[in-house]
Design a protein around this ligand. Structure first.
Ligand code: C2E
Ligand code: CA
Ligand code: CA
Length: 849
């Protein structure tokens, strides 16, 4: 019994000891389990974090890329370069909506800017033009400019990044405005186009969806919560955040409670000797379910990753630390034709080839850093075709060590091919297929110091053909001209079209003047032959300017400028001919430029003067009007007549400044006259095409307070040359202001009498050429009579100008001309003399002044 007892008690001791050992063992195992569970949870979370960060980064990168591409379609554009790079043409940009409201309403850009070193050239905020500079909205102006230019220098098309715009975080893209063909080094100092998009909830929502992540938001950098991913948006002070799933934490949450319960139960069981063990195992069961649930969450997360991977046009790869491929997304097979299994476990450098370095070393270089690199390489698809691609890669860092690499691969074969094609297009003229200006420059640069002749051609009669028969006819003529030029040149020569009706021929080894003369004669003859277009036979001609590099060496643009100078002189020498460049020609041109500069400064300094020449009733006594004639008090050359500088002013917008000065000054002075007679102001056709004359005239009237009916504008027929419809429209608008219109120099212009009926003229002025031969040529007298009859028939006042002799005046009087003007009656005089003349009235002999 004792023994039984003893054995019983020793058994129970053994049992107790066993229980103790067993329970401590169990406790240990449980604790170990707990620790490893915790670790699993931790690495699950870490993995989720890196994956979600990778998706967020890809989404941002993708967004920036597409924004940059879009901007480039605006910035690298010939038309934009012409209208924005220098002085911004707001009409083209905003009114014609080339860079206008649609960018806001359709594309959603809150801000559109053109920036230069000297400030903001163009600003549109929420679709409306703004007069404020870029600085008004953001402090990052210099940075944006710098990065856009850097991008150009590094042969990238555009830069992008983040900034604070109007107090809100925003994405910007910026690029130097340039023609598609310009080499990147050229325009690095040019104007920069900037698009700004606010990172609004809507934009972020879309971005989040494309990344397969939830809760995308942009917050001021410090306010990030624990379960949020965070990517700082450069140094804008903001960060992108999103919600991160925490499968590990979820796992712990679901597992820990039952586990604790289980522990308690185990303790109880141990104490009560295993009777409730079943319950504990039930607890274990529950925790098993929880594990399964979090495993499902993890699987879902992986599925999502896969979905993103498959949706992207690129394919995704991963390697281990030894750079052996461990993962290839399904797109890999679609794009390369290779089965995935063939490449798994093989070194990534077997797949990609790189001209500029080794993939292996490149990846190795990324191992220690957080940054993403990209590399251009090639690979062979399953047809052994070489394809171009760009790979992006980033090290996978876990537990502070590089576990491998992960990245994308973009096939850019088509892009490279398109680039080559654009390259071709950028060197050739689309219409004629001839080399264009860019190719010409390259040719000249390559030719280097070699001897050559550069011939600049300009068609003599092209514009009228284009205007009367339409563009298809113009195109046909240009194509035929190109063909004929091809026939008269050798293979070693170059024929290029610069645009419009301008061509250039470069002759390699041109020989002496007489050889070049023979060649020019051949070209002139070839282009004289009529060209047939549909049933029309048209004839163009050509003028040539020639420069021989043996006589005048220079850079390509020098040579072109020299040839242009020579061309100008050939045209003046009366078309169908050619001229050589010479230093004398050049100095004439330089003189002209100098005079233009002086005129620009002179206008600003107030060197312009007005003289007035009265116009009389045919009785020769009553003053009807005074014509304002501009003079320039040149500091060196004295008082200059308009013939010396009007043509010069017409070549640039100086004519607009000059014309407006004359308008203002004439109206101001006329207000002070003792008689309320008309004041006549000459308007140049160039003012019509370079400015809004209706606005200018209205402005002058309002500003000076002269009643509109006292102002008469003298316009020559040439205003109708370029744009018949537009001129009619403008003149009707001028009439509506209440001013009078006088057709000047009638009989010399190119337009026919038919126009007179359509246009709202009040009077005509017979050109002095007809008047001056009145006594000597009977045919001119009949022209004068015919014009007077015509004027009478249409109810217009007819003036004869340039009356120098009493005989001319008598004849005009006989023919019942209405009004007369000329040296016989009065020369142009200063305003003071004119006022004296008016005050003296009929008592003065007007011929005396
Ligand atoms: P226009 O409009 O035909 O002006 C008449 C020109 O003939 C003036 O020369 C005048 O001095 C000159 N003239 C007047 N009576 C006689 C005469 O009996 N015999 C001769 N031989 N000439 C006479 P001017 O002042 O040198 O002006 C030359 C041209 O310059 C003007 O020709 C006009 O086309 C242009 N012009 C003058 N002022 C302005 C202006 O303010 N704006 C513009 N756009 N053009 C102007
Ligand atoms: Ca005139
Ligand atoms: Ca005239």
């Amino acid at each position: 019994m004792d023994a039984t007892f003893g054995s019983n008690s020793s058994r129970s001791q053994v049992v107790r000891q066993l229980t103790l050992v067993f329970s401590s063992l169990l406790l240990l195992i449980l604790l170990l389990g707990l620790v490893s569970l915790y670790r699993i949870a931790e690495s699950l979370d870490a993995r989720e974090r890196t994956q979600s960060r990778f998706h967020a980064e890809s989404a941002l990168a993708q967004l920036q890329k597409s924004e940059r591409n879009y901007l480039v379609s605006y910035a690298v554009w010939q038309a934009a370069y012409e209208h924005l790079a220098g002085r911004v043409d707001r009409h083209w940009a905003y009114d014609e909506d080339n860079l206008g409201e649609t960018l806001y309403s359709t594309d959603g850009y809150e801000g559109v800017f053109v920036l230069g070193d000297d400030g903001t050239h163009y600003a549109m905020l929420e679709g409306r033009l703004s007069e404020q500079g870029f600085e008004r909205y953001s402090g990052s102006r210099t940075q944006v400019l710098q990065r856009a230019r850097q991008a150009t220098l590094q042969e990238e098309q555009a830069a992008s990044g983040y900034l604070v715009f109007n107090g809100q975080p925003a994405l910007y893209t910026a690029a130097v405005i340039r023609p598609p063909s310009a080499r990147p080094s050229l325009p690095s100092a040019g104007a920069v186009l900037v698009f700004v998009r606010l990172l609004s909830p809507k934009v972020l929502g879309q971005l989040g969806r494309s990344a397969g992540l939830s809760g995308f938001a942009v917050v001021a950098a410090p306010q990030v919560q624990a379960d949020q991913g965070r990517l700082p948006l450069e140094d804008s002070g903001y960060a992108l955040t999103w919600h991160i799933e925490q499968p590990g934490a979820d796992l712990l949450e679901t597992v820990l409670l039952p586990l604790a319960l289980a522990l308690l139960i185990i303790a109880l069981v141990m104490a009560l000797c295993a009777r409730y063990a079943m319950r504990a195992s039930a607890g274990m069961d529950r925790s098993h379910h929880a594990l399964a649930a979090s495993k499902a969450a993890l699987q879902a997360s992986e599925a999502r990753f896969k979905a993103v991977a498959e949706a992207a046009s690129d394919w995704i790869w991963e390697t281990d630390a030894q750079q052996n491929l461990t993962y290839l997304s399904a797109r890999f097979t679609e794009l390369t034709g290779h089965p995935v299994e063939r490449w798994l476990q093989r070194p990534i450098s077997d797949l990609f080839d790189c001209d500029t370095g080794q993939v292996e070393t490149w990846l190795h270089g990324l191992a220690g850093s957080e940054s993403t690199g990209s590399l251009r390489c090639q690979y062979r698809d399953h047809h052994e075709q070489r394809r171009e691609c760009r790979i992006a890669a980033k090290a996978i860092i876990e537990h502070k060590a590089c576990q491998g690499f992960r990245g994308t691969c973009t096939d850019i074969t088509d892009e490279v091919a398109a680039h080559a094609q654009v390259q071709h297009l950028s060197l050739h003229d689309a219409l004629t297929g001839l080399p264009n200006r860019n190719k010409l420059f390259r040719f000249l640069e390559d030719a280097g110091v070699g001897e050559l002749a550069l011939l600049m051609l300009d068609l003599d009669n092209f514009k009228p053909i284009n205007d009367s028969l339409g563009h298809p006819a113009g195109d046909a003529v240009l194509i035929e001209v190109a063909r004929r030029l091809g026939q008269v040149t050798r293979d070693t020569d170059l024929v290029a079209r610069l645009g419009g009706d301008e061509f250039v021929i470069v002759l390699a080894r041109p020989g002496k003047h007489d050889e070049v003369d023979r060649f020019c004669a051949r070209v002139v003859e070839a282009l004289k032959r009529p060209i047939t277009f549909e049933q029309h036979k048209v004839q163009v001609g050509v003028s040539l300017g020639v420069v021989l590099s043996a006589e005048y060496a220079g850079s390509p643009s020098d040579l072109i400028r020299y040839a242009d100078v020579a061309l100008y002189s050939a045209k003046q020498a009366g078309k169908h001919t050619w001229r050589y460049f010479s230093a004398q020609l050049n100095s004439a041109l330089l003189e002209k430029r100098e005079l233009e500069r002086e005129l620009r400064e002179g206008i600003a300094r107030g060197e312009l003067r007005l003289h007035f020449q009265p116009r009389y009733k045919v009785d020769g006594v009553t003053v009807a009007s005074a014509e304002a004639l501009v003079r320039w008090q040149h500091p060196r050359l004295g008082l200059l007549r308009p013939d010396r500088f009007i043509a010069l002013a017409e070549e640039s917008d100086l004519i607009v400044q000059l014309g407006n000065w004359v308008l203002q000054e004439a109206c101001t002075l006329a207000r002070g006259w003792p008689l309320a007679i008309l004041v006549s102001v000459n308007m140049s056709p160039a003012q019509f095409s370079r400015s809004d004359v209706v606005r200018d005239v209205a402005e002058a009237l309002r500003h000076t307070g002269l009643p509109a009916h006292r102002l008469e504008l003298e316009i020559t027929e040439n205003v109708m040359l370029n744009d018949v419809e537009g001129a009619l429209h403008t003149m009707n608008a001028l009439k509506e202001l209440g001013v009078r219109l006088n057709m000047d120099d009638f009989g010399t212009g190119y337009s026919s009498l038919g126009y007179l009926r359509t246009y709202p003229f009040d009077s005509i002025k017979i050109d002095k050429r007809f008047v001056q031969s009145l006594g000597t040529s009977s045919s001119d007298r009949s022209v004068v009579q015919a014009i007077i009859n015509l004027g009478n028939a249409m109810g217009m006042t007819v003036t004869a100008e340039g009356v120098e002799t009493a005989e001319q005046l008598a004849l005009l009087c006989d023919d019942q001309c209405h009004e007369v003007q000329g040296y016989l009656l009065s020369r142009p005089v200063e305003n003071r003399a004119l006022m004296q003349l008016m005050a003296a009235g009929e008592g003065v002999d007007p011929g005396v002044s």
